[in-house]
Design a binder for this molecule. Structure first.
Ligand code: SME
Length: 158
């Protein structure tokens, strides 16, 4: 199966999984598991913006990313605004694709086995509420196809 075919099979499954559940953590947990199993990524999971009661300032970088539901090896628990690939995706409120993490200034190496990465922000009311982070042990794993489908999945998690 091509990557596109896998996403095509997966998308309706994820849609029906999340449609019947309103709890964001439960949905993130199932999405991480579904993606991880379908593609065999190295690490698949979420970091959630925690801003300690100052929600209206969240988009200005108040707070930090805290580890959420994931599949794979243990990972860093907190990432500041603008730091690493995850903090950069939060700051830009845009997907970041990194073909070679060793070339990304400020990349946070939770695992030395990771060589490429994609981070997709999950938006709610115009602000980043979490990011979906996927790591691969191969270089150049992620492209516009991943971006397209992962952004569709991010839309379902609002
Ligand atoms: N590499 C990420 C940190 C998270 S781990 O990869 C799970 C980053 O630079 O933000």
């Amino acid at each position: 199966m091509t990557k596109q075919e896998t996403y095509h099979t997966l998308l309706p499954q994820i849609e029906s999984l999340v449609a019947g559940e309103t709890d964001a953590i439960a949905n993130m947990a199932n999405v991480a598991a579904a993606l991880h199993e379908a593609f065999g990524f190295w690490w698949t999971g979420f970091y959630i913006v925690r801003s300690e009661g100052v929600e209206e300032l969240r988009s200005e970088g108040v707070g930090e990313l805290v580890l959420g539901p994931f599949q794979g090896p243990i990972a860093c628990t907190r990432i500041p605004y603008g730091k690493g690939v995850c903090g950069t995706a939060w700051q830009r409120a845009q997907t970041v694709i990194v073909p070679n993490v060793h070339d990304f200034p400020g990349h946070i190496a939770c695992s030395s086995a990771s060589n490429s990465e994609i981070v997709v922000p999950i938006m709610r009311a115009g602000q980043v509420m979490a990011v979906l982070d996927i790591d691969s042990t191969d270089f150049n794993t992620f492209d516009e196809t991943d971006q397209l489908y992962l952004e569709k999945i991010a839309e379902m998690l609002k």
